[in-house]
Design a protein around this ligand. Sequence first.
Ligand code: HEM
Length: 373
Amino acid sequence: MIESLDASALPAIPAPFWFVQFFKVLGFVLHMVPMNLWFVGMALAVLSYGRSGPARAWAERLGLQMPVIVAFGVNFGIVPLLFVQVAYPWAFYPATIFTAWFWFSIIILLIFAYYGVYAFAFGLKAKTEPMPTWRYASGWITAGLFLLMGLLFCNGFSLMAAPDHWKSLWLSHNVAGAATGTAHNFADPSLWFRWLLMLGLAMLTTAAYTVVDTGLFVSANRQEYRLWATQFAWYLGILGAIVTGVAGAAYVWGTWDPALRSHMTSGARLPLTALTAVSPGFTILALTLFRNRVPNATAALAVGGSQLLVLALNAVSRQVVQNLELAAYGKVWDIPQSPDWDAIALFLVAFVFGAFVIGWMLSQVLSAAKSST
Ligand code: HEM
């Protein structure tokens, strides 16, 4: 049992509690959309490149978009990272210092993965048949690196939520009291279920994105591709929903403390937990509705909107669970608040400006895609 912190005696956080929680969740949803696309989409793109017809065309579309997807996802990841550090420095730093070698290796792996994404994308762009072997191999290595980096994120965040593991990890991984950073949380089943849960969600997101991309950007006269895309999205979505359901059930029933489970299934949290559990069904329903139709803007909106809701519900539930898991050690809602309104105003202005620029960039992509059809 770990000794708990008196959260009310911690240094004040520089923003209201609700503000930190809101932007952490929002940032994580924004991170998850592109992250899901490289987590699963990169492997599927290199796999489908080896096939012919529409599958090959799908691989080319996603592979060529991947450099931009990675740029968005990495930048959006910074938002929740900052708010994690503001809200729980007393939990985030112990976990990532004990696992420092694994944690920091993400930066090195990400640099290699980013080069790999470009190597594969430029191979697609050059249209040489077949693509040079080293470029194709880079695609495969990159897909593996993304799956591995996902595991390393789960390693850090599952340990952050398990303060009762820290002392024994520190005792077995220190030199004269200084943590060596070589500890890991791979023996904790929750790490693997979190990874599998994200894998399932990533399949659903990749399926939904296929409909969004086809509905909004693919020329109306490419009927064969458009019909194939809805079928492919449906199969991938079903697989994603199964993986999400199995991993989610194993995570909740196999690794949660009974007190946490009863907390998440009582009072106002019950509808949230129930909605989160059934939410993949929304995306499946939307994918099924448009399954045998040529995707258009309505299909894109319905399927994309459903999957955004799935990710948002998961992010909110995850946030509540994270707060409750850490509550035995320190109650985040008890930490004093001393809002620095100047800094908050600056953040909000930059946020609105950033959102405006992204909206403008997307509208340019949309009109360029329309004028090229
Ligand atoms: C430097 C770029 C990145 C940053 C700043 C970043 C940031 C984050 C943050 C802050 C979270 C936790 C959010 C929360 O608890 O609210 C997270 C979760 C996650 N990220 Fe990223 N991320 C980055 C790149 C990646 C990459 C390359 C992958 C590879 C697939 C990845 C996969 C994941 C996964 C799987 C989770 C969930 C972890 C869990 O549930 O335990 N991220 N990321």
